[in-house]
Ligand binder design. Structure first.
Ligand code: ZN
Ligand code: ZN
Length: 335
């Protein structure tokens, strides 16, 4: 009988043998001894028990069945579990209690020493802002719900920047708030140390602050490449397309000239008024013309126009997320 492997994924421990008959023995053991799946989940291990891994019911039942869990893997799991429990305890600790810890005192001292001075715009942090930033640094996971105008942006930046361990910081915000973040970063002396993410390779920039809008981060439509506009009439004699002006060829049969292609692209704010192909009204917000056209080629045929103002769609940036980020600020901005 070989050692039983105890691995894990994001949500649960994964217990199985190296060979299929070992794995079957594990399933049989758990089923007959009543080891429930949920007892193997991280959620249960972290929040509902304080047992060490070697005393875990699953491991003990394996022993009863003459199956031995790999002691090296148990050791490794124990340290992962220890870290998760510590994080959980910190998450659960009320701020009033956290404030009495050395952890908080250290964070406040870091905030003071790094950001206690005067910023470029002549302002300084207020005490309540320093305290909030220290809470952010000490607790690591926190909702900063300050009233408008009290300096959410500023305190959040200080909270993550005061910690030297945060070498790469992701900031996700509404596109309309992007400039507020940039202004504050420049004001705090990080003008050379931020990048606005727009391409996947930007996520690997060594700049400390990585700013991105929700649209670019999470929404494929944020990374749409629009198609070039097209002439709808001959730029020389102004005859409209369809008849004597050939749209695709950009050729006017009256002038006998070809028009230069247009350099402008459509955009979400600049959609066509009418379909560049079938001339039907362009419905606002649509990217593809759904107008049904009747064509007489021998008999009447119906087809959908299908003209698209989109050249290509690129996957949203979150799909390129990697583990190189040490901290993340999410600017919800909803009331
Ligand atoms: Zn012409
Ligand atoms: Zn059309």
């Amino acid at each position: 009988m070989s050692l039983i492997r105890v691995n894990y994924d994001d949500s649960t421990l994964v217990v199985r043998g190296k060979y299929i008959h070992d794995s079957l023995a594990v399933s049989e053991c758990f089923a007959s001894e009543g080891v429930r799946d949920k007892e193997l989940s991280w959620h249960y291990l972290v929040t509902r028990s304080s047992e060490s891994m070697i005393n875990h019911p699953a491991v003990r039942q394996l022993e009863n069945w003459g199956l031995e869990a790999d002691p090296e893997e148990l050791k490794r799991l124990q340290s992962v579990l220890h870290r998760k429990r510590k994080n959980y305890d910190l998450d659960m600790m009320p701020l009033s209690e956290l404030k009495k810890t050395k952890r908080f005192a250290d964070a406040l001292q870091k905030v003071e020493s790094k950001f206690g001075g005067v910023f470029a715009d002549g302002t300084e942090l207020f005490d309540f802002q320093k305290e909030c930033a220290a809470f952010i640094m000490a607790k690591r996971r926190l909702l900063n719900a300050m009233e408008m105008g009290l300096g959410k942006t500023r305190t959040s930046i200080v909270g993550v920047a005061a910690d030297d361990a945060n070498k790469r910081i992701l900031i996700i915000t509404m596109s309309r708030n992007l400039n507020d973040w940039i202004r504050e970063l420049i004001n705090m002396g990080f003008g050379e140390d931020y990048i606005i993410l727009s391409n996947p390779s930007d996520l690997h920039s060594t700049k400390r602050f990585h700013l991105v809008s929700y649209e670019k981060w999470a929404n494929d439509a944020g990374r749409v490449v629009y198609r070039n506009k097209e002439h709808t009439e001959c730029p020389h004699c102004r005859v409209s397309f369809g008849g004597v002006f050939k749209r695709r060829l950009r050729y006017c049969t009256v002038c006998k000239k070809q028009a230069e292609p247009l350099d402008e692209r459509w955009s979400d704010k600049d959609m066509p008024k009418e379909c560049p192909s079938c001339k039907s009204d362009w419905k606002s917000g649509q990217h593809i013309c759904n107008n049904v056209i009747e064509q007489r080629i021998g008999r009447i045929e119906k087809r959908v126009c299908g003209y698209s103002i989109i050249e290509s769609k690129k996957p949203a940036l979150y799909q390129f997320y990697h583990n190189g980020y040490d901290a993340c600020l999410v600017d919800e901005a909803h009331v």
